[in-house]
Design a protein around this ligand. Structure first.
Ligand code: PEP
Length: 254
């Protein structure tokens, strides 16, 4: 057992409507207690609605991306300070869909993580290899190339005592495909990530940083994944859109 509290985070992606968001949130709220941290990541236009639905609840919420820039001529982007006006406490950065469809580099992702921590919100930094990279034996090299720019730029927050970051390991081949990494495959990569944090930032950061698994987590496979020693919860896509499934995954994290 370790002291890391499990976190179950729902990534709604580009889904939702006023009606369906309300039904979803009201559907899973009864399952939330203080044994497990729960958060949801909604599209920008729904931050205000979701913030109201979650007022005085134990669930945090956030956006699925943020700009590294404080403001200015960046059409379509949203700053950390803007998110904070809505009560946002966490933000996803570097999701594989952002890397793939918006050509986000690992350095750009790291800069977003820096901006978030600097502004006092927690980035959930997503990393993960493609199937071709796994088959070529490059898992460790790919994860290192995604993680190291983040660790290098955020190490200053360890020195100032404000390190505040979650990592999500999401193998690209397991996202939205129905194929999950086996608990052993996931644990292997999580242990590698923790060892890297240990080597670069020391044991305290390594022990206290939560590492989530993401990729086709469902109520039926969540318990065995969450039982692994270095897996501190999940980042949930498809199953986060059903209040029954999301509730089942929260239960599995207890
Ligand atoms: C995700 O998008 O972060 C994700 C893990 O999706 P899914 O659960 O649908 O595989």
């Amino acid at each position: 057992q370790n002291s890391r509290k499990k976190l179950v985070a729902g990534n709604w992606k580009m889904n939702g409507s006023f009606d369906s968001n309300e039904a979803l949130v009201l559907g899973f709220l009864p399952e939330v207690d203080d044994q497990v941290d729960v958060s949801v990541f909604c599209p920008f236009p729904y931050l205000s609605q979701v913030g109201k639905l979650l007022e005085d609840q134990r669930v945090t919420f956030g956006a699925q991306d943020v700009s590294a820039k404080p403001g200015g001529a960046y059409t379509g982007d949203v700053s950390v300070d803007m998110l904070k006006e809505f009560g946002v406490k966490q933000v996803l950065v570097g999701h594989s869909e952002r890397r793939q469809y918006h050509a986000e580099s690992s350095v750009a992702v790291a800069e977003k993580a820096v901006a978030a921590i600097q502004g006092g919100i927690t980035p959930i930094v997503c990393v993960g290899e493609t199937l071709a990279e796994r088959e070529a034996g490059k898992v460790e090299a790919v994860i290192a190339s995604q993680l190291d720019p983040v660790v290098e730029r955020c190490s200053k927050f360890v020195e100032s005592g404000t390190w505040n970051l979650v990592i999500a390991y999401e193998p690209v081949w397991a996202i939205g495909t129905g194929v999950t990494a086996s608990p052993e495959q996931a644990q292997e990569v999580h242990a590698m990530i923790r060892a890297r944090l240990n080597a670069m930032l020391g044991p305290e950061v390594a022990q206290n940083t939560r590492i989530l698994y993401g990729g086709s987590v469902k109520p039926g496979n969540a318990s065995e994944i969450f039982a692994k020693v270095d897996i501190d919860g999940g980042l949930i896509g498809g199953a986060a859109l059903s209040s029954d499934d999301f509730s089942g995954i929260i239960r599995a994290a207890r």
